[in-house]
Design a protein around this ligand. Structure first.
Ligand code: PEP
Ligand code: CO
Length: 456
């Protein structure tokens, strides 16, 4: 691809496909280069999923979160699937995120920036390239963007046409979310729109309803004095996904008339996963050239000597809102792994938004073969994250969670104290275990208690 005339907003020697000169981890082996190029060309002609205006608005809001004026709530599935692109699953996920954000707004007394892990979260990193079952070895399932989950040679073949299907399913999801929100679904006057059928029986229902009633009273009081308040009837919702499959991301990287530089217009807020964040790797090369706000997952083995050059590469000008670091250490490791990173970034005076992902460092396997996470470990990591930031003098500006609006039993513990045997009942995740509706709401309430109680 040709970058055209020199443009100061594009880093030197960068073009949307310059990542191809670097080592690209976690990419499928496509067996037909012509088919791949044709799908890429088809994708490059299709309209984008978001606009540069929205992307820049989000960057501005993330800059405000860096200054402590907003709190980021980022959440959704570990892996979206084409089969789950349905009305109830999309709207239930939206309901949970809206309810959690209501709890957070009420408790933290600051605006919450809502970012879904959806409308494009279709590619997954895997620990092995091949999966072996009964002596048969096939490519691992890498998400619906790449291949199918069924254990057959046909399903597991990486298929470039899936990039077109993923774009379409992302557009369908986005269209529905936008229509719901534009139509008033997120109106603070009507939080009853977000009720999920089984919430009534939840041990947390009473606390949530008290909060909703309190907000309703304040809203009515203010509107009696001042008239209808604009802004309470609509909320912003942004999208994010792990920008893992670089052929897909490249095809949706565009230039637009009024804003210089290149934008990834497949999502507002792409992130680099922990396994593909090498400084000299293809993902960092790709990300440094786009103008979106971006995030990087930071695991427990990362050292300050690795993190600081990564910050330099991805945000050389220390631009506000540009870079979010999502730490995902694990309840057992956060106390030793996080402080030195926070101190180093603080010492260098680098501007980042720190966000906690208390999910990915706490995954374990049960004796009956389920991948699960204990609510107590998730909560424990989050509690420690608030305390460590407070001790170092940095700010925890948000959370990154895997959750669903469905009544699944994938994580253990929480208000209903789900146990190992409960996992059999409704384990649906194709990849990582998600918080169900109740566990998500409980976590939001705990965040409020923690940050108002000990970190304000
Ligand atoms: C994920 O967010 O689903 C994921 C794979 O996370 P990480 O890169 O932090 O392991
Ligand atoms: Co995950």
């Amino acid at each position: 691809m040709n970058a055209g005339l020199p443009d100061a907003s594009v880093p030197s020697y960068w073009v949307p496909d310059s990542w191809q000169q670097r080592e690209a981890l976690q990419q499928p082996q496509y067996d037909d280069a012509i088919e791949l190029a044709a799908a890429g060309a088809q994708l490059a002609r299709l309209p984008p999923l978001v606009t540069s205006w929205e992307v820049l608005a989000l960057k501005q809001s993330l800059a405000e979160a860096q200054d402590g004026k907003r709190f980021l709530l980022q959440g959704g599935d570990c892996a979206e699937s084409f089969a789950d692109c349905t009305s109830p699953i999309i709207s239930n996920r939206l309901k949970v995120l809206l309810q959690m954000s209501l709890v957070l707004v009420h408790g933290l007394k600051k605006p919450v920036l809502r970012v879904g892990r959806f409308a494009g979260q279709y590619a997954k990193p895997r620990s092995t390239d091949l999966e072996v079952r009964d002596g048969v070895s096939l490519p691992s399932f890498r998400g619906d963007l790449v291949n199918g989950p069924e254990f057959t040679a046909a399903a597991r073949r990486p298929d470039p046409q899936r990039m077109i299907q993923a774009h379409a399913h992302s557009a369908l999801t986005m269209n529905f979310v936008r229509a719901l929100i534009d139509g008033g679904f997120a109106d603070l006057h009507h939080p009853e729109y977000w009720d999920l059928a089984w919430v009534e029986h939840s041990p947390l229902a009473a606390e949530y309803r008290r909060m909703v009633a309190g907000i309703g009273d304040s809203l009515r009081f203010m509107e009696t004095l001042a008239g209808p308040i604009a802004g309470f009837s609509k909320v912003d919702f942004f999208t994010s996904h792990e920008a893992l499959l670089l052929h897909y991301e490249q095809a949706l990287t565009r230039q637009v008339p009024r804003h210089p530089g290149f934008f990834n217009l497949s999502t507002h807020f792409p992130w680099i996963g922990m396994r593909t964040a090498a400084l000299d790797g293809a993902h960092v090369e790709y990300f440094r050239g786009i103008r979106n706000p971006i995030a990087v997952k930071v695991g427990p083995t990362v050292t300050p000597a690795q993190l600081l050059p990564l910050i330099d590469a991805l945000n050389p000008d220390d631009e506000p809102g540009r870079l979010t670091l999502i730490h995902r250490m694990g309840n057992a490791k956060i106390a030793t792994a996080l402080p030195t990173l926070l101190e180093a970034v603080k010492r260098e005076g680098r501007r980042v938004l720190w966000v906690a992902d208390p999910m990915h460092g706490n995954t374990e396997s049960t004796s009956n073969g389920y991948k699960t996470r204990r609510f107590d470990n998730i909560r424990g990591e989050l509690d420690q994250a608030f305390d460590i930031h407070a001790a170092v003098g940095t700010r925890l500006g948000g959370v990154h969670l895997e959750l669903t609006g469905e009544d699944v039993t994938e994580c253990m513990g929480g208000a209903r104290d789900l146990s190992e045997t409960d996992l059999d009942r409704a384990y649906k995740s194709m990849v990582d275990p998600r918080l169900n509706y109740e566990q998500s709401l409980e976590l939001a309430m705990l965040i409020v208690r923690k940050s108002v109680g000990g970190n304000s």
